[in-house]
Every structure is written in structure tokens, then in C-alpha cells.
Design a protein around this ligand. Structure first.
Ligand code: 3PG
Length: 208
């Protein structure tokens, strides 16, 4: 199954920030139990690399991506840790080429037609629309899809229970990303039951 197919199956990608690697496995367990065996572990903390390793070791079939990949070094660290895919906030051609050279599934951030154009020319068909709500939300995705009807989007930023289904109804949207069920403070304070409950709530709220 391609990355796009797996993302389309789950429909939601939890975006997580882990400060302490000890939280990685309990967090993964909460997501798996809640019905979302998938995560984007952001490279915003020194614990990100070890957290990906720990999550993949404990739940080998869980899809664990690395997010906030800003440099080639971060991409290499994430892939060496076992990341299944890379997510970037921006369209950085050199960085994308580096990831493709390593045969990594990659989902760069786009916000403009120029970004989409660059990704198209690199052969990509799946991009992150970021930051989704501040940038114009679904209306902007629909407008950008007119010249690029083949491009598929993972909108992230400002998405939650209230608006996720509106995005997901669009044929251009594969899945949505968000942190609403995995708030950083819940992870840091060990509230994994709450994370499991919020994850289950999100899955239940998905339209067929
Ligand atoms: C991020 O990179 O932090 C994501 O865009 C998450 O956005 P959210 O916290 O608004 O869901």
C-alpha cells in the first residue's frame, strides 16, 4: 500500500511533540488503542529520533512519520531511526531531492501554487497544505486544485473535530493532520487515557 493509500484509510494523522522519550511508547499505545495507528513525530525536540525508534520497536505495524524536517541531517536522522515517511513544513527543493534520493516517502508543505508547481515537477502527488486554516482553508485548496487536479493534500494547522469532515469531503484531500487529540501538555503530563479517549472520539466523528 502506498503512503497515500494508508493515509486515506486512516484519514487523520496525529501530529505529536514528545519531550521525553519515555512517553513515546505509552503515547503510541494510546493512539493504537484509540484507533489511529499512525503519527507524525515532529523533530522539534531532541527526543524525536529516539521516540520514533521506540514507537516502531513497540508497534512495528504502526505508521510512524517524522515531521518538521527542515534539513538533510534531520531527514537522515529520521530515516535512520526508522521513520516511514517525512513531512516538511515547506517546499524546499534540495531537501525534497535529498529525501527522494533516499527513496523516502515525502510530504512537503505547500501554501501557494508556486509550491505546488515545484512539487509537481519533482514528481510528487501528495503534499501537506500548511498552515491550513490561517492560509485560507478548504477554499484555498479548492482554488489551487483547479490547475493541479491531480495533486492530493494533507491539510494541517487549525483542524479539529469541527472542521475535519468538511476537508475530508473534498476529493483533493487525502487526510487531515492535527494535534487536537495529542496535545503536548497531555503527553508531558502522562495523560495517555485522555489521549486514547480523544483519539477514539476523533475516529468516531469521521464520516463514512
Ligand atoms: C503543526 O505542525 O504543529 C501542525 O500544523 C499542527 O497544527 P495544529 O496544532 O493546529 O493541529
Amino acid at each position: 500500500m502506498s503512503l497515500e493509500q494508508i493515509l486515506a484509510k486512516h484519514k487523520i494523522v496525529p501530529v505529536v511533540v514528545i519531550d521525553d522519550v519515555a512517553d513515546a511508547v505509552p503515547l503510541a499505545r494510546a493512539l493504537v488503542s484509540g484507533g489511529l495507528p499512525i503519527a507524525e513525530v515532529t523533530f522539534r525536540t531532541p527526543a524525536a529520533k529516539a521516540s520514533i525508534q521506540a514507537m516502531k520497536a513497540a508497534f512495528p505495524t504502526m505508521l510512524v512519520g517524522a515531521g518538521t524536517i527542515l534539513t538533510e541531517t534531520m531527514a537522515d536522522e529520521a530515516l535512520d531511526a526508522g521513520a516511514d515517511f517525512l513531512v516538511m513544513p515547506a517546499t524546499d527543493e534540495a531537501l525534497i531531492r535529498h529525501a527522494l534520493d533516499r527513496h523516502a516517502p515525502v510530504c512537503p508543505g505547500v501554501m501557494t501554487p508556486s509550491d505546488v508547481q515545484t512539487c509537481d515537477r519533482l514528481g510528487l502527488r501528495l503534499v501537506k497544505f500548511f498552515p491550513a486554516e490561517p492560509a485560507g482553508g478548504l477554499a484555498r485548496i479548492q482554488a489551487m486544485s483547479a490547475p493541479y487536479p491531480f495533486m492530493r493534500f494533507m491539510p494541517t494547522g487549525g483542524i479539529g473535530l469541527k472542521n475535519m469532515n468538511a476537508y475530508l469531503r473534498s476529493g483533493s484531500v487525502v487526510c487531515v493532520g492535527g494535534s487536537w487529540m495529542v496535545k503536548k501538555e497531555w503527553i508531558a503530563t502522562g495523560q495517555f487515557e485522555k489521549i486514547e479517549e480523544k483519539t477514539r472520539e476523533a475516529v468516531r466523528a469521521l464520516e463514512e
